[in-house]
Design a protein around this ligand. Sequence first.
Ligand SMILES: Nc1ncnc2c1ncn2[C@@H]1O[C@H](COP(=O)(O)OP(=O)(O)O)[C@@H](O)[C@H]1O
Ligand SMILES: CCCC(=O)OP(=O)(O)O
Length: 358
Amino acid sequence: MNNRIFRVLAINAGATSTKNGIFENEKCIFQSTIRHDYKELAACGSIKNQKKLRTELVLNFVKESGVELSSLDAVVGRGGIIKPLESGTYSINDKMIEDLSNEPATIHASSLAGIIAREIGDSLGIPSFIVDPVTVDELCPQARLTGIKGVERQTIFHALNSKAVARRVCKKIGKKYEESRLVVAHMGGGITVGAHLDGRVVDVNSATAGEGPFSPERSGGVPLFSIIEMCYSGSYSKVEIMDLIVKKSGMQMHIETSDLRKAEEMITGGDSYAALVVETMAYMVAKEIGAMFAVLSGRADGIILTGGLAYSTLFTNYIKERVEQLATVYMCPGEDELLALAEGALAVLRKERAVKQY
Ligand SMILES: Nc1ncnc2c1ncn2[C@@H]1O[C@H](COP(=O)(O)OP(=O)(O)O)[C@@H](O)[C@H]1O
Ligand SMILES: CCCC(=O)OP(=O)(O)O
C-alpha cells in the first residue's frame, strides 16, 4: 500500500501571491508562483471576491501542467483564520468552510485556499485537507495574557512554513525539532517572528492583529490611542480600519508598493524615503527577534530568516547587522509551504497520521 504513488494538488493563497504545486508523493512535478498586482486584488473589493480569480488560476495551472484532474488523489490548501487548534492535517468539513467564509477569516487570503481545495476535492470526489493553519496555537500562558482582563492574545502566523523550515534547519544542524530552541522570522506579505521551544511555538506576534513589525502590507504595532482616534473620527467604518491594518498599510502605504523588488529599484534610483521605510521594516524585525530571544531565556540554536523578503540581501543584511551576535543566522528564502502541505496530505493518505476533525 505504501509503495503506491499518490498525486496531490497543493494550493497556497498568500496575501500577494497564489502558489500551486502538483506532487507525486513528495516529488513536485509541476509548480507555479503567481504574484498578484496589488491593484488587481484591490479591484476584487474583498478577499471573498478574490475566490473566482484565484480558483481560475488554480484550474488553469492544473490544465497547463497536463495532469488530468481525475488522476488526483487529494487536494490540500493552506488553512486560514479559523478557531485556534493544534498542529496537524485536518479534513475540510462543512463547519470549517463556514468559518473560512466568515469574519475573521475573510480578512486574509489564506482562507481561500481551504475553500478552493474543498470545492475541487468535492467536484472530483476526493478528500480535501488543510495542514498547520495560521491559527495553530501553542502559546505559553505568559504569552496569552494581556494587561486587559478578558482580552487574550491569539496566534495568527505562518505556522506551516515556520515549522517546516525549523525542521529543515534542525536536520541540517543535527538536532531534533522537538528538542530545539529557535527564533523563526517569516517575512512575506505579513511578517511573524516566533520563539520555537522544543517543537512548540510558545510566543509569536500576530500577523493581523496590529502586533510586531510592519510588513509590505500590514501596520504591525502602532500607538493604540492614534487608532482609537481614527475609529471615532467618523472617517472610517470598522471594515475600513481593519482593511487598513491588514491590507493597506506598511511599506505599501508609505511608498505605494508591497513588492520589495520595486522598493529596491526605488532605493537604487536614489529614493531616500524608500530607503528609510525598508530599513525601518528590517529594524522592527530585528527588534522582534530580540524579544523572542528573551522568550527563549537568551539561548537559541539559531535564528531563521524565511519568506519572500528573505531573498533580498539588502533587507536581510539590515537584520543580520543587529542580531547575528545573538545566534547563528540561517537563511531559508521563500517558503516550503507547498511541500509541507503535500507532506501533511500524504501522511494521511498513507495512513501514517490520523486526520483531525475540525
Ligand atoms: N527575489 C526577491 N527579492 C526581493 N524581494 C522579493 C523577492 N521575491 C519575493 N520578494 C518579496 O517578498 C514579498 C512576498 O513574499 P511571499 O512570502 O511570497 O508573500 P505572500 O506569501 O504573503 O504572498 C513581496 O514583497 C515580494 O516583493
Ligand atoms: C495570516 C497569517 C499569515 C500571513 O500573514 O500570510 P501572508 O504573509 O501570506 O500574508
